[in-house]
Design a protein. Structure first.
Length: 395
């Protein structure tokens, strides 16, 4: 079994990767911007190392990961975050003799460009939200109020924006009216542009998860979001595995194939509650936050990715169990606290959203049939302890 180095030890996806590959018999090492991390706390982590933050110091991060991979004699490097992939994918930064089972830097950058992805989605027959693109920060003054149909969602074309020697993450934001939109646009840094102002799609979020290798779908999975953080739309804190819509799955695969994608990816969509039309939100070309649910349901993406990279790609995508639920415990508590502290109007919640009491009853139920904790596992409890300490330190 090859030795593996996993970056971004504080990410939940990193924890899912470490648990998956550790159980499979791999020797897994973890690095991150601090020693005590979520994934580094796992019983399956052979070692923990501190490296620079890939956002604040991408060049230093790449050099340190390269040196660490050589020192640990790892054979596979698995960057977890978009910032880490942007730092190590350039050809000159790849550690010698270390396998990096992801696409080339130009392909990865193309998939990270939301505007380019939406244009490709339309060609693949996938609906996209109505939008206007504001190219530069100085163009904000030329935007007229009657241009938009509110509420809207404001998205930088790239989640990780690049400055001189550093990078930063710019979140998706909502605006209920013209006044809020102007405030959001004014607060964005110049490097966040171009910015897309999209009409908001109200409805459940769904994800199509794929492993593409040599132009074929080697694994697939789908889930629907039940609760999110922030509540109006963000990362899922409670989700359920579902059978993928075959037409939607085929179009998602065609979309990735149009970029000559190689590796894992999440195609994120929202289904309009009024029309039932699925709209593309974005592609995440990396391991996703809710990865543990796919593993629990029967699609072990980390192990399958390494099998593909080793030339042992499965002939057909493995089946999985619909109806499996997974909850990110402290993320769900954050969802509840936000619902208690802020009104539905402040949160831009759609009509018909569950009330505070109903939300509290569901979140505070300690056990539910078919639902598994994402971080808390009796066989590997230390990561939950680590996350609990960090959660209270942030209060």
């Amino acid at each position: 079994m090859p030795r593996v180095l996993v970056t971004d030890g504080g990410e939940r996806a990193a924890l899912a990767v470490v648990r998956s590959l550790g159980r499979a018999g791999h020797e897994v090492h973890v690095c991150g911007p601090r020693e005590r991390t979520l994934a580094g706390s796992s019983r399956w982590a052979r070692s923990r190392s501190v490296v620079s933050d890939p956002l604040a110091a991408p060049a230093a991060f790449a050099a340190e990961v390269r040196a660490l991979a050589v020192r640990l004699r790892v054979e596979v490097l698995l960057p977890i975050s978009e910032a880490s992939l942007l730092a190590v994918l350039p050809f000159g930064e790849r550690p010698p003799g270390v396998l990096l089972p992801f696409p080339t830097e130009p392909v990865f950058r193309a998939v990270c460009d939301k505007r380019r992805v939406l244009a490709a989605a339309e060609r693949a027959g996938i609906a996209v939200p109505a939008q206007r693109v504001i190219e530069r920060a100085e163009d904000r003054a030329t935007v007229a109020p009657d241009t938009f149909r509110f509420p809207v969602v404001v998205k930088p074309s790239r989640s990780v924006c690049e400055g001189e020697g550093t990078r930063c993450k710019v979140p998706v934001q909502h605006a209920a009216d013209w006044v809020e939109l102007r405030v959001v646009l004014e607060d964005l840094p110049p490097e966040a542009y171009p910015v897309m102002v999209q009409q908001r799609v109200v409805g459940p979020g769904t994800g199509i998860f794929l492993l593409m290798w040599d132009g074929r779908v080697r694994a697939s999975f789908a889930h629907r979001r039940l609760r999110e953080k922030p509540p109006a739309g963000g990362v899922s804190v409670l989700r359920e595995s579902v059978a993928a819509d075959p037409v939607l799955a085929d179009r998602a695969a065609a979309l990735l194939a149009s970029f000559r994608w190689q590796g894992v990816a999440m195609v994120e969509m929202k289904v309009d509650e009024g029309t039932g039309t699925p709209y593309l939100m974005e592609i995440n070309g990396r391991f996703w936050g809710s990865l543990q649910l796919a593993v629990d349901a029967g699609v072990d993406f980390p192990a399958l990715l390494l099998e593909c990279a080793a030339g042992r790609a499965p002939k057909a995508p493995p089946p999985y169990r619909p109806g499996v639920r997974s909850r990110w415990e402290w993320g769900d508590v954050d969802h509840l606290l936000t619902r208690i502290r802020r009104s539905p109007a402040e949160l831009a919640l759609p009509a018909g959203s569950p009330g505070r009491l109903s939300t509290a009853a569901h979140v505070l139920t300690p056990w539910s049939r078919g639902r598994r904790g994402e971080v808390l596992r009796a066989s590997d409890p230390a990561p939950f302890v680590r996350e609990t300490i960090d959660w209270f330190l942030r209060r």
